[in-house]
Design a protein around this ligand. Structure first.
Ligand code: PEP
Length: 252
């Protein structure tokens, strides 16, 4: 079902006590007022998920992991499985983030396996896609994003696909302070919906939640979220300060 979501990706930031401060800071700031039609998701490093889930449950927000294994269980040192996340009460998992693609060699085939595995364990995958600057400058951004969406998601059946949230994150906007314009975001989100319509049908495409990510902050979120195909944001740097993050939530 299509929803409004603001999700924070903390990446590899915060010590334990800093994570506690941020979680309780978010809880307090949300307590001062928030729109009730927006789902708030916090994605801390895996080590803090249990704590995050306790705080989230009490304060009506949700928790997500930043990655997980495509395997069910077994001899995969250092990995975390979908079953583990599910058993810890985690509801979301970010998959295919550009940093995973760039630094850990993840490709659409692998990410597609992770997406399917997440759904098997009733997690909501937030599937990230987006072009690098050279691809946009060469006018290949639509082609690249279509290949990513098709490559990782077209193997799902319609029921499984209905669980997927998509995040369009142009790589040139991630952590750079260079946000996509509202027009660029809307244009790509509408295009992604048209790609989804070809694979899964018009209704499924219309029902999909598509988030924007890439230097989204309290100053630009309102303009981005005002677009008809932008259903919220995946927020990196600006999710590391409770007040700023909750201002983004309140931008709807
Ligand atoms: C991200 O990493 O998902 C992201 C959107 O980062 P930032 O908001 O810092 O650009």
């Amino acid at each position: 079902m299509r929803k409004k979501i603001v999700a924070g990706n903390w990446k590899m930031n915060k010590t334990f006590s800093e994570a506690e401060d941020l979680l309780f800071g978010i809880a307090d700031a949300l307590g001062n007022g928030r729109p009730d039609n927006v789902e708030v998701v916090v994605c801390p490093p895996a080590l803090y998920l249990e704590l995050a889930n306790d705080v989230a449950t009490e304060h009506n927000f949700r928790c997500g992991a930043q990655n997980m294994s495509e395997h069910e269980s077994g001899a995969y040192t250092g990995e975390i499985s979908a079953a583990m996340l599910q058993s810890a009460g985690v509801e979301f998992v970010i998959l295919g983030h550009s940093e995973r693609r760039t630094y850990f060699g993840e490709n659409d085939e692998l990410i597609g396996k992770k997406v399917a595995q997440a759904i098997r364990h009733e997690l909501t995958p937030i599937y990230c896609c987006g072009e690098v600057l050279a691809e946009r400058e060469a006018g290949k951004h639509f082609e690249v994003v279509e290949a990513q969406v098709t490559g990782a998601l077209s193997g799902l059946d319609a029921k499984a696909f209905s669980k997927v949230v998509i995040a369009y994150e142009p790589v040139w906007a991630i952590g750079t302070g260079r946000t996509a314009t509202p027009q660029q975001a809307q244009e790509m989100h509408a295009f992604i919906r048209s790609v989804l319509a070809k694979i899964f049908g018009q209704k499924a495409a219309g029902d999909t939640t598509i988030l924007y990510g890439g230097s989204c902050n309290a100053g630009n979120a309102k303009e981005l979220f005002a677009n008809s195909d932008v259903d919220g944001g995946l927020i990196g740097g600006a999710s590391l300060k409770a007040d700023e993050f909750v201002k983004i939530v309140n931008s709807f």
